[in-house]
Structure formats: structure tokens, C-alpha cells
Ligand binder design. Structure first.
Ligand code: NAP
Length: 293
């Protein structure tokens, strides 16, 4: 299709949104693709969420991303959910589905690309992950997408959640409908034995994130080892303390920027039906992070 056929504004609905890297990613991708599209961060207080969603329905926006704190509350304002969004109970991407003469009717479908983005980045490790044991620090929205993906896409045998609040972790396990034998929840003071057989460790907390770059969820780096994959969802800074410790102990590492780009590329495909020029986006993001470090 002629690139000029792709038009419109994609909104990022969140509160706050000013620090998001998504505008850098998507505007680079739209420019490189030759699309007449723009990605705009829109700061939406909870009381205004419904009216902003209705602006998407009226055509002011051609689609949207949704971020904290609206990922769950936005669902009641949409017309349909994909199976991923329904299972996760969270939406991060809104697709506008037009129908009728002159595309008069617009239905809004909520999707979730956090889980599929995470899955894409881990795909090269699929064989190693199958039937293995994994550890996830944190029990919030990102942990939920991670656990869902590990169980349903990679068929790991067990996920151990390490969380400040064991009740929150147990709630996460229950809501994903996983049998107790496949998810267990432990407090932060869990012993080192939980790491012994783990093939993958994932940080799904903000520990290590700017400005607290000296923090890490792994207070005993001695548990990190070769033949282990350590994945830090934190992407600012790129090289977190957890990743440095993991590399120093011979583990393989994946940084949060990979998931950020992967989930964005899947949202891009949902809105445009085309592939994001990921290499150009990565170069642009590197440049942006260097200049704004
Ligand atoms: P969230 O829903 O607020 O959950 C945060 C989790 O971290 C909760 O379990 C929270 O525990 C725990 N936590 C927070 N501060 C902690 C501390 N000081 N010590 C121990 N635990 C702590 O946030 P989220 O959306 O899941 O995001 C989590 C992290 O993942 C963030 O850093 C975010 O930037 C990153 N993320 C990255 C991507 C990506 O594409 N790379 C995507 C999504 C999220 P409590 O329940 O006790 O508060």
C-alpha cells in the first residue's frame, strides 16, 4: 500500500507519561516507514479516561497504547478484548476496527503486547526453558505478563515469585488460574536454594532503575551462575547492576529495552498491519538515550 495511506495520531494514555520512550520508538518507526502518522503522549487523569477513549471512537486518534495507571481500568470502556488481554486482565494496545458504509462505525479492541513482546525476546531460549524452573522478582503488572508467558508459551514447569507481599503474589497466581504446583510465592528473604535449579531469573520490580541505579533485586550475586539467563525488565539504565552482576558470574543477560522494542513492534503491527523497522528504531533509541542520559 502507498505509505501516504497510513495517517493519523496514535495516543499513549497514561498518568504520568512524560518520561515514556514510546514516542521516540514509534515516531522513529513512522518516519522510517514514510507514514503520515504521529505518536503523542497524552496525560490522562483517571477521571478523564472514559472521555479520552471516546475520542478514539470518534476518530480523533487512530489507535492507542495504554500505560500505568489505566491498563486495567480502560477495559470497561472497550468493546472487545483479545484472549491475551482477557487472560491478563490488562490492556496496553487499542485497535480501532471500522465497519459500515464509509467506515462509519468504530469498535475498540483491547490487546496486550507485553506478554507477546516478552515471548518474542525469549523465543531463542525456548528449548532450554521448556520444563525448567524460573524465578521472578515482583508481583505487579509486568510480573503477571511474564508468568503468563512462561507458563503458557514456554511451558516451564515451575515459577517462583519472590515478592515483598506474598499475598499479592498468591493473588497473581490465583488470577492466572495456575495450579499451585506450578507457581509458588516466597518472601524477599527466600533462601538461596530457590535459585539453584533456575534456568531463568527475571526482575519485574523497579529495583535498579534510574535514579536508584545501585539497587538490585539479587542481594546475593553468588547465586548467579553460568547456564542461567538473567532478564532485567528495567531499561533505564540499559546496563543495570543486576545485569552487570549476572555477566560477572557468567550468566547470559537480556535487558529491558529488548522487551520494550518487541512489545512496541507488535503494537505497530496491530495499528498498521506492517512490520516495524526495528533496526532503525534501535539506532534511534540508542542515540536518544546517549543524548539524554
Ligand atoms: P507494578 O505493577 O507497580 O509492580 C511493581 C512490583 O515491584 C510490585 O510487586 C512491587 O511490590 C515491587 N516493588 C516495587 N518496589 C520495590 C522494592 N523497592 N523492593 C521490592 N519490590 C518492589 O509495576 P510493573 O508495571 O509491574 O513494572 C515493574 C518494572 O518492570 C518497572 O521497572 C517497569 O519499568 C518494568 N517494565 C518494563 C517493561 C519493558 O518493556 N521492558 C514493561 C513493563 C514494565 P509491592 O506489591 O510490594 O509494591
Amino acid at each position: 500500500m502507498d505509505p501516504s495511506a497510513y495517517k493519523g495520531i496514535i495516543a499513549l494514555l497514561g498518568n504520568p507519561v512524560s518520561h515514556s520512550l514510546s514516542p521516540v520508538i514509534h515516531n522513529a518507526a513512522f518516519r522510517a516507514s514514510g507514514y503520515d502518522m504521529r505518536y503523542e503522549a497524552v496525560d490522562v487523569p483517571p477521571s478523564e479516561l472514559e472521555s479520552v477513549v471516546n475520542r478514539i471512537r470518534r476518530g480523533d486518534y487512530a489507535g492507542a497504547n495504554v500505560t500505568i495507571p489505566h491498563k486495567e481500568s480502560v477495559m470497561e470502556h472497550l468493546d472487545a478484548l483479545t484472549p491475551a488481554a482477557a487472560s491478563l486482565g490488562a490492556v496496553n494496545t487499542i485497535r480501532v476496527i471500522h465497519s459500515g458504509a464509509d467506515n462509519r462505525f468504530a469498535r475498540l479492541e483491547g490487546d496486550n503486547t507485553d506478554a507477546s513482546g516478552f515471548a518474542k525476546t525469549l523465543a531463542p531460549y525456548g528449548t532450554r526453558l521448556k520444563d525448567s524452573s524460573c524465578v521472578v522478582w515482583g508481583a505487579g503488572g509486568a510480573a503477571r505478563a511474564v508468568v503468563y508467558t512462561l507458563l503458557h508459551r514456554f511451558h516451564v514447569s515451575r515459577v517462583t515469585l519472590i515478592s515483598r507481599s506474598v499475598d499479592r503474589a498468591l493473588g497473581l497466581a490465583r488470577s492466572l488460574g495456575a495450579p499451585g504446583s506450578r507457581i509458588r510465592a516466597l518472601p524477599w528473604e527466600a533462601g538461596t536454594e530457590v535459585f539453584e535449579n533456575a534456568s531463568l531469573l527475571v526482575n519485574a520490580t523497579p529495583l535498579g532503575m534510574t535514579p536508584q541505579t545501585d539497587t538490585t533485586p539479587c542481594t546475593n550475586p553468588g547465586v548467579l551462575r553460568r547456564n542461567q539467563i538473567v532478564y532485567d525488565l528495567v531499561y533505564n539504565p540499559r546496563n543495570t547492576r543486576l545485569l552487570r552482576d549476572a555477566r560477572a558470574h557468567g550468566a547470559e543477560t537480556i535487558g529491558g529495552l529488548e522487551m520494550l522494542i518487541a512489545q512496541a513492534s507488535q503494537s505497530f503491527r496491530i495499528w498498521t498491519g506492517t512490520e516495524m523497522p526495528v533496526d532503525i528504531v534501535r539506532t534511534e533509541l540508542d542515540r536518544y538515550l546517549r543524548e539524554n542520559a
